[in-house]
Design a protein around this ligand. Structure first.
Ligand code: ITT
Length: 209
């Protein structure tokens, strides 16, 4: 297994999560060099898989011969018919279907709370989903998925993490994801589970060539 994994993301919260998940294995997480100067990928896929593949394939072309991981992820809330789903990063944007514009975390959380106002706790089930695509030289080699099941609180709790973490209560440990360190979050999170599935794939894949 190689000791360094390149991740194609503009989201520093994801990088911190991956670092937390990789640390127990002695693996270093690195961003793609000069990531911010690469042309952005428009995330217009209908599924997490489609967007993850699109990002991994496009960004892997910038680092020939290297394995590149891209993450597409989001929150599915049952009472909202699975929203925000693939639109999680831009849920509060004026036009959530315009794939270019990401909204900020606080505004996204405020919209979720507005939409769930008056919905009782027993109908606030939600899950985080993370799909990772592994690509090399513009071709996807594998996709893996991880999920985490929880509840949406009526008010934010905790200062760690990013995105919807302060609203996402994980019953198994009685805390929100924003009340966990990166190492703790990786134990329970969709991203930690997907990263471990990626490591299992690496252990069996023939990565020569
Ligand atoms: P990249 O595409 O550059 O990786 P992004 O933030 O735009 O960064 P996505 O399109 O995959 O990434 O959107 C994911 C959004 O889903 C993210 O911005 C959060 O709003 C939410 N999300 C995903 N994983 C999360 C997590 O672990 N905790 C909280 N929110 C999360």
């Amino acid at each position: 297994m190689q000791r360094r994994v390149l991740v194609a993301t503009s989201n520093p919260g994801k990088l911190r999560d991956f670092a937390g998940a990789a640390e127990p294995y002695g693996i270093t997480i690195a961003a793609i060099p000069h990531f911010s100067s690469l042309p952005p990928v428009v995330e217009d896929g209908a599924t997490f898989e489609a967007n993850a593949r699109k990002k991994a394939e496009a960004y892997s072309l910038a680092v020939p011969g290297e394995l590149v991981l891209a993450d597409d992820s989001g929150l599915e809330i049952d009472a909202l018919g699975g929203a925000p789903g693939v639109h999680s990063a831009r849920y509060a944007a004026e036009e959530p279907h315009a794939a270019e514009s990401n909204a900020d975390d606080e505004a996204n959380n405020a919209r979720v709370l507005r939409e769930l106002a008056g919905v009782p706790r027993e109908r606030r089930a939600a899950r985080f989903v993370c799909v990772l695509a592994v690509a090399r030289d513009g071709q996807t080699l594998q996709t893996v998925r991880g999920t985490a099941e929880g509840l949406i609180l009526a008010a934010p709790r905790g200062k760690n993490g990013f995105g919807y973490d302060p609203l996402f209560y994980f019953p198994q440990i009685g805390r929100t994801f924003a009340e966990l360190s990166p190492a703790e979050k990786s134990r329970y999170s969709h991203r930690g589970a997907a990263f471990r599935a990626f490591l299992s794939w690496c252990a069996t894949a023939h990565l020569t060539g």
